[in-house]
Design a protein around this ligand. Structure first.
Ligand SMILES: Nc1ncnc2c1ncn2[C@@H]1O[C@H](COP(=O)(O)OP(=O)(O)OP(=O)(O)O)[C@@H](O)[C@H]1O
Length: 225
């Protein structure tokens, strides 16, 4: 059974400056896909074809205009949203950091009611920091002063510590150097291998990365209606 299934989904781009007939055009339509367990799916398409929008729709952050997305064979509307979002995590290219230290940012997710049964695990976090060659003192840095790449690392650790089932990786290594990018790819592969039911979707502007890490690809083409 697919973990996530898109059934004839469509999304329109709203262009308020245009006349009403032209104002809404389909970015993608009649799009169907399956995300199977164990798969790293590459979402491929030119700039502006709606890759981020598709990941955000899967994460239930943007609505669809047509069709249905299902998680574990149930429509997203049938899921408790916080529970769904704790299992299917979207990683933004420019993650938002809260005021406070890196560690405060990592701990913040445990204040959500859906994670109240979990505890922040300093050993797990230190292991992840080590994986990414970060000194433990990194935890005490003010998170709002981090570089783009450092913020991406914090966002990746923040997600991995929650042991989600699906990661939606939206150019999540775009600001990292090649060596750290490889370490992130390895950490994602390790996370995936720890549970055969897990899967992830990558977008990247680096075709080599898509070739390297993904074992299936979904090509988004501009919709011609
Ligand atoms: N919620 C939304 N509803 C409709 N259209 C949107 C929405 N959010 C963004 N768009 C538009 O959809 C188009 C596709 O944006 P998106 O960021 O998904 O593209 P992308 O394929 O990820 O591009 P890139 O490769 O540059 O990252 C853009 O023109 C954007 O303005």
């Amino acid at each position: 059974m697919a973990i996530i299934e898109g059934i004839k989904i469509g999304c329109q781009k709203i262009q308020p400056s245009l006349s009403s007939e032209e104002a809404a055009r389909w970015l993608w339509r009649d799009l169907s896909f399956n995300l199977e367990p164990g798969i790293q799916l590459g979402l491929v398409g030119a700039t502006g074809t709606g890759k981020s929008l598709l990941l955000r729709a899967i994460a239930c952050l943007d609505p669809l205009d047509e069709g249905e997305i299902r998680y574990l064979d149930r429509p997203l509307s049938a899921w408790n949203l916080p529970l769904y979002r704790s299992q299917v995590i979207y990683l933004h290219q420019r993650p938002i950091m809260f005021e406070g230290s890196v560690e405060a940012n990592l701990k913040a997710v445990y204040q959500l009611a859906i994670n109240s049964h979990r505890r922040y695990d300093p050993h797990q976090v230190r292991d992840l920091l080590e994986t990414f060659d970060r000194h433990p003192d990194f935890l005490y840095q003010p998170a709002t002063n981090l570089s783009g790449g450092e913020s991406q690392l914090v966002a990746i650790i923040r997600a991995l510590q929650l042991e989600p089932m699906v990661l939606l990786l939206d150019e999540c290594t775009a600001s990292l150097d090649p060596e750290t990018t490889h370490k992130v790819e390895e950490a994602i592969a390790f996370w995936l291998s720890a549970n055969p039911q897990r899967a992830c979707i990558w977008t990247s502007h680096d075709p080599q990365q898509i070739q390297r890490v993904t074992n299936q690809q979904l090509i988004l083409s501009p919709y011609v209606g």
